[in-house]
Design a binder for this molecule. Sequence first.
Ligand SMILES: Nc1ncnc2c1ncn2[C@@H]1O[C@H](COP(=O)(O)OP(=O)(O)OP(=O)(O)O)[C@@H](O)[C@H]1O
Ligand SMILES: [Mg+2]
Length: 383
Amino acid sequence: MVGDDTHNLTIEVHNLTKVYVGGRPPAPGLRQKAVPDGEEPHTGRPAAAARGIYDLTFSVQKGEILGFLGPNGAGKTTTMRILTGYMPPTSGTARVAGFDIFEQPAEAKRRIGYLPEIPPLYPEMTVKAQLSFVADLKGVPRASRKAAIARVVEATNLGPVYNRLVKNLSRGYKQRVGLAQALLGDPEVLILDEPTVGLDPKQIIEIRQLIRSLGGKHTVILSSHILPEVSMVCERVAIINHGRLVGMDTPEGLARKLSHSQQLLVAIKGPQAQVEAQIASLPGMASWRPAEGEGAAQGATGAAGAGSRPAQTGPVLRYHLEAQPDVDLREPLFFQMARAGYPILEMRQVSLSLEDVFLQLTTEENTEPGDGQEGPKEGAQHV
Ligand SMILES: Nc1ncnc2c1ncn2[C@@H]1O[C@H](COP(=O)(O)OP(=O)(O)OP(=O)(O)O)[C@@H](O)[C@H]1O
Ligand SMILES: [Mg+2]
């Protein structure tokens, strides 16, 4: 990466690895059999479960919102702890806001707002005292401290509990205090470990909007188990499984790469037999079927339309089409139907949801690697 590219990257991670005691790296490409946390598989061998993270390499652009998605124990929190300088990696490098987090930790940390999984709070302090204490720690200048605190209190709706003791707050309000702390000082980079955990639905919506509004100016990494949340809030998603990065792209990009062939839903007006003959003869068509729940007669419009061509007076027919690999059917379908005089009233691509993508990338096959001798199969899919 050269020049501007490097300049625009706020977070750069290379080969980041953290092996916790008791864990050992999985062979690249091998599918891992799921092993419950802390348990040894019954094989007489040391736990093959990945404990930690392995060889993570990725970067985040300035102003981008990246979502970490992965099952429990995947390594999301571990990665965040390393990026925020709370824990050293076993190997690899990480630069945050232009500073190496291990070689220039003070400079890097000053530019990071971190909401850990369990926010560090002082139970005996009031919210007000807690926030001014953190503002002090973060070096927010005295002159602007009051305004800075007021801003984060408003953003996280902490007004009603401002003078209460932290220990008496509900879980959701404690989470909000944690988030307010992360936002204090307006840091360039925000690392938020499950920011909406414990919040009520109304607050979840508000916090998501808040995080979205931070994009552009701030670079944000957040982790979440809530797939719609990640699609809603994040521009790109990194899917982590057993400590490895198994996919990273926009939600749509991930779906595109994983769906091996294009699927289309179309509504075409015309007589059934002729329309189907046209579909069947389209080059690049792998298979087609009437779309579920849509009878051929549904949406019949009788003699609507100006023309007298029989094609325009037929029913609206709905089909699910599947293209051959790497074929885009949309244009040829359009032109063929136009030539035949059967108007396409609707055409849309059916893409995998983020749920589908996540399941495809993180679901185990029930194959146990042999004693390490098995050749690396195409394991956890890399996209
Ligand atoms: N301090 C530690 N010592 C030993 N192992 C650890 C430690 N912290 C985490 N692990 C292990 O590392 C793996 C990754 O854990 P991590 O907390 O990063 O996962 P996560 O993706 O954040 O999961 P969750 O969705 O449950 O928060 C797990 O197997 C976990 O048991
Ligand atoms: Mg976690």
